[in-house]
Design a protein around this ligand. Structure first.
Ligand SMILES: NC(=O)c1ccc[n+]([C@@H]2O[C@H](COP(=O)([O-])OP(=O)(O)OC[C@H]3O[C@@H](n4cnc5c(N)ncnc54)[C@H](O)[C@@H]3O)[C@@H](O)[C@H]2O)c1
Length: 311
């Protein structure tokens, strides 16, 4: 019988790619997702989708006890910084209480959890670049705070139970299936602008830098981290400014559209770049996809998705 795995948030951008990788590895996969920002169409037919809110402990317990997973990948989250500032209570419920529920119920089956935290929203503006995991977090948003609190529960539950739960602090993830309809996901937003011949806004006059990591590299890191206890930055260690992302995507599209320059929005960091040396040493993982290649692949895939949706 195939080993079973649970992916919370498996109808989301990154989670749906984790589901595909686990199915390819021969796992029987159960997705737990309330579809608040996810899309059932992203979930592979071979996986089972259970629609529930991870804040609802009883409902979660029933599913986890039935599946008896060998591994849990916890990606379900209130993942919008803007929503976290508008409704910090709900952000806390999902990202803190929901995470506690997941790690607690998984632990009762002895299943290791991999928790996706944030590198970008955790370290704050004063951190040295690239930032190592030892830097004490100084989040600027409720989202960063709730992820940090979620991490604390994951680590404490790991220490007290002896089950090796892992925390992966992700950089700015991009790739196929990322929606252009949020405030984040600049690669998808810019791709949609190019696809529909619209000018994007380049906040911070295009100068802010981020550590962009291709979703396929993130998936391989999450699978490698399963069964390991530790906190790992998962990114590339390469800083790329927003103007460069726009230029590369424009080249991939073969279009020249003048972008609008705007001031940085409140709460946004000027620079973010993560030191990935610890993940390389401890997990033997390293990112494989250079940003120029990743942006070209992503643009091609996203344009197909936009066309399908446009019908
Ligand atoms: N995308 C990035 O660049 C990035 C960076 C750092 C960390 N992360 C983290 O990675 C994870 C996945 O991010 P993503 O970009 O795929 O986000 P996403 O919004 O596409 O996916 C999150 C999924 O969780 C589901 N969900 C939300 N609340 C839920 C609840 N209460 N119960 C059950 N399901 C719920 C949503 O419906 C969605 O399918 C999140 O934990 C996010 O915080 C993402």
């Amino acid at each position: 019988m195939a080993s079973s795995a649970i992916v919370t948030g498996g109808a989301g951008f990154i989670g749906s790619h984790v589901v595909d990788a686990l199915l390819a590895d021969g796992y029987a996969v159960t997705v737990i997702d309330d579809l608040s920002s996810g899309d059932a169409a992203r979930v592979a037919d071979a996986a089972e989708l259970v629609q529930l809110d991870i804040v609802d402990l009883q409902a979660l317990e029933a599913v986890v006890a039935q599946v008896k997973p060998r591994a849990v990948f916890h990606l379900a989250a209130q993942s919008s910084v803007v929503v976290s500032t508008q409704n910090p209570g709900r952000d806390c419920d999902v990202n803190v209480k929901g995470t506690l529920n997941v790690v607690d119920t998984a632990g009762r089956c002895g299943a290791p959890v991999v928790f996706t935290s944030t590198g970008g929203a955790l370290y704050g503006d004063e951190a040295p670049m690239p930032t190592g995991e030892e830097r004490i977090p100084a989040p600027l948003s409720p989202y960063g705070a709730s992820k940090w609190a979620g991490e604390a529960y994951v680590k404490t539950w790991s220490l007290s139970s002896g089950i090796p739960h892992a925390v992966c602090r992700l950089g700015n993830v991009y790739g196929p299936r990322q929606t252009p309809h949020g405030e984040a996901g600049v690669v998808s937003i810019f791709s949609h602008c190019l696809y529909s011949d619209r000018a994007p806004k380049l906040y911070g006059h295009g100068q802010p830098t981020r550590d962009y990591v291709y979703v396929g590299d993130v998936v391989s890191a999450l699978l490698t981290a399963s069964g390991r206890s530790g906190t790992y930055n998962i990114a590339t260690g390469v800083e790329t400014d927003v103007s460069t992302v726009w230029r590369e995507l424009s080249a991939a599209a073969g279009k020249e559209i003048e972008a609008e320059l705007a001031d940085l929005r409140p709460g946004e960091l000027m620079h973010s770049c993560l030191d990935v040396g610890f993940a390389e040493r401890e997990l033997g993982w390293r990112p494989e996809v250079a940003i120029a290649d990743g942006l070209r692949m992503t643009y091609t895939a996203l344009v197909e998705e936009f066309a399908v949706r446009a019908g």
